[in-house]
Design a protein around this ligand. Sequence first.
Ligand code: SF4
Ligand code: SF4
Length: 305
Amino acid sequence: MRKPATLKRLRRLSQLLFTLFFFSMPIFDILRYDVNTRDLYLFGNVWTLDIDGAIGMEHGMAGHVAWHILLKALLPWVLVLSIFPLMGLFTGRLFCGWLCPEGALFELAEFFSLKIFGRRHFFKSSANDPVNAKDMPFLYAVIALVCIVTIPVLTAVMLTGFFIAPADIWQQLRTFNIGFGLKAGIIGVCIYMFITSVLVRHVFCRYVCAAGLMQMLFGWFSPFSLKLKYDRVNSSKCTDCRQCEKVCFMDIKPRLPRYDISCVNCGECVDACNKELGSGHGLFSLKFGVDKSGTRRTSPPSLNN
Ligand code: SF4
Ligand code: SF4
């Protein structure tokens, strides 16, 4: 079996580590909101609004109460919501391609589609589908079925931990006494995961995901964010193999002169071109800042179709 290319191995490792970190957040009280006690846990501390306390302590002074709400209710959310625009400014959509657990799930679903049906989408072929991707379809269908049953349930249990204390969840599972909250969480997440990973996948990343859209917008106009660069000066070396297009799960044609803002900086096309032209001689790279090569190339024949 061919060894996965360098960026791909790094990416899989970072996706795995971030997914583990994300699901461990409620367990270690890094982030969770307990719907029973109405407490927000943040980095091991209980974060409470304590409006009654603020009113009582300050003898109802409106200015002090407003300051209290600003500090304890609005500021934390402003900080949380600024994470994705800030990431967009510096790393473009890197989070989507290298860390996002949902993106990793969509890639897994696509992997099974390719192995079982030989095409990315279950229902139709596309021009960008890799050639000869079908491989041991029966074996992969069995593995896919196991994943379809286990992954959504496990994910649902872990996600419910953001709202119900993980110790309570464990108790319910251990005694087979599943409460309404956990049941609703499992059913809801399973339906959501089935719809998004079977029917929608990266279309969701392109057009729906708010975190992705924020990174996309800020990365787009930022003069120093990480972006995929095409070596226009050496574009005559291109063999027009189209591997860079066939590996792109965001359905991008990375050789086109215009920059596609949906690019998640995954580096799959970088690896694909290095494989075609030799390691270190590929025409793509991930670099910070604007592209200064300035040389406009002629579109290869396959892009003129
Ligand atoms: S264009 Fe390249 S880096 Fe961007 S999403 Fe597609 S494969 Fe990944
Ligand atoms: S992978 Fe490289 S050589 Fe092949 S079509 Fe893309 S840019 Fe050209």
